[in-house]
Write a new protein. Structure first.
Length: 50
């Protein structure tokens, strides 16, 4: 549906990385990308509070 993805992101249904790195996208083993992305998203979230 048109606008579905934007709606899901705005509703906080997705974890969004504010500053993805080139390393994460281009150089990380695809089998490890999910875990590295979750780690980065967690760090960005916690950095807002510390």
């Amino acid at each position: 549906n048109p606008g579905q993805l934007e709606g899901e992101i705005n509703s906080k249904c997705w974890l969004v990385i504010q500053k993805p790195t080139q390393d994460l996208i281009l150089e990380t083993n695809p089998l490890l990308q999910w875990q590295k992305a979750i780690d980065l998203c967690s760090k960005e979230t916690m950095d807002q509070y510390i």
